[in-house]
Design a protein around this ligand. Structure first.
Ligand code: PMP
Length: 317
């Protein structure tokens, strides 16, 4: 029986993907309806940026992946070296199909592992073979206008669960959260648990006050973005004082600067939250501030230094 409703199918790209040991076109990849990733969102994922054909902070991503898998009691199906080889193969195939040289391609690799296929039961199935899926897309840089002017965000309560440190494919909380800002044409939803800043729906949030960069503690209430460590290193390199501590709502709304970070956003300045300009008491009111500029510049040099060197022919660690 066919439905009376005619839905327009979203366009599925035919680019290459990896599924359970094979490469195939994305729009032909199939999994079982009993995959626990589909039924329960019982899986984990990573998003690894690729610059100049090389994974950036690969080992950090692998460490976080191992942590997420451990929380779900799913055995890691591959060693880091095996992950690296599959990622490199996927990136190369994608580059070739887009007539790009490997060292000129910037991509974003998405990888996910679910517990596998089993009869539906809430109890963690023993012995299922994990489903491993990977796809890649061109790295879409933050649009120039957002880079130059910063982005508008909205605030909302963080109604997600209390295991936000696991990078799980159960993302309904994040989807509902992101939609709040999407409905208002804003770039991100900045979430608070009670009076305290947690993070964005798909990014970490940072504030600057009196020259000090502050981030919420790395606990179970936030996902420790790979940029957490990177920005910490950058601060040390360029002598920006950095502290990790609980940050109140008032502090966010009265910060000199507010920043977002994620694999795809890299680091981006927030210009406005709800109706309030960020740093309205400063000379850069509603505009990216000096600490943002310093961190962004260092971030880019870090990528150049680590990925764009012809001498490293594997990944950068
Ligand atoms: N927090 C959440 C909830 C996220 O979804 C993301 C991005 N996946 C981040 C933070 C940033 O993590 P990363 O820097 O590793 O992209």
């Amino acid at each position: 029986m066919t439905s009376n409703f005619a839905f327009e199918q979203p366009f599925l790209p035919s680019s290459i993907c990896y599924l359970n040991g094979h490469f195939c076109p994305l729009n032909e990849a199939k999994i079982s309806v009993l995959d626990r990733g589909f039924i329960f969102g019982d899986g984990v994922y990573e998003v690894v940026p690729i610059y100049f054909g090389k994974p950036f902070r690969f080992e950090h991503h692998m460490r976080r992946l191992a942590g997420s898998l451990k929380e779900l009691r799913i055995l890691n199906p591959f060693s880091n070296q095996e992950w690296l080889e599959i990622i490199q193969e996927l990136v190369l195939r994608f580059a070739k199909s887009h007539c790009q040289e490997l060292h000129q391609t910037n991509q974003v690799v998405y990888l996910q592992i679910s517990r596998g296929v089993a009869p539906r039961d809430h109890i963690m199935t023993q012995g299922a073979s994990p489903t491993v899926f990977m796809m890649t897309n061109p790295f879409k840089s933050v649009p120039m206008q957002s880079r130059q002017n910063g982005v508008c965000c909205v605030s909302a309560q963080d109604f997600r669960w209390e295991k936000a440190h696991i990078k799980t494919t159960s993302l309904l909380g994040s989807v509902l959260s992101r939609q709040i800002s999407a409905d208002l044409d804003a770039a991100e939803t900045i979430m608070f648990r009670g009076d305290h800043l947690s993070e964005g729906s798909s990014s970490n949030v940072w504030i600057v006050k009196d020259g000090v960069l502050c981030a919420p503690p790395k606990d179970n209430l936030v996902l420790e973005g790979i940029r957490y460590g990177l920005i910490e290193e950058i601060c040390e390199d360029i002598n920006i004082p950095f502290v990790m501590r609980k940050i109140s709502r008032d502090e966010v709304f009265n910060a000199d600067e507010v920043l977002l970070s994620s694999a795809t956003k890299e680091v981006v300045a927030v210009a406005k939250i709800d109706e309030k300009l960020v740093g309205e008491h400063t000379s850069h009111s509603g505009q990216p501030g000096p600490i943002y500029h310093l961190i962004y510049k260092s971030y880019q040099s870090n990528i150049e230094r680590v990925c764009n060197s012809q001498t490293t022919n594997k990944s950068n660690f």
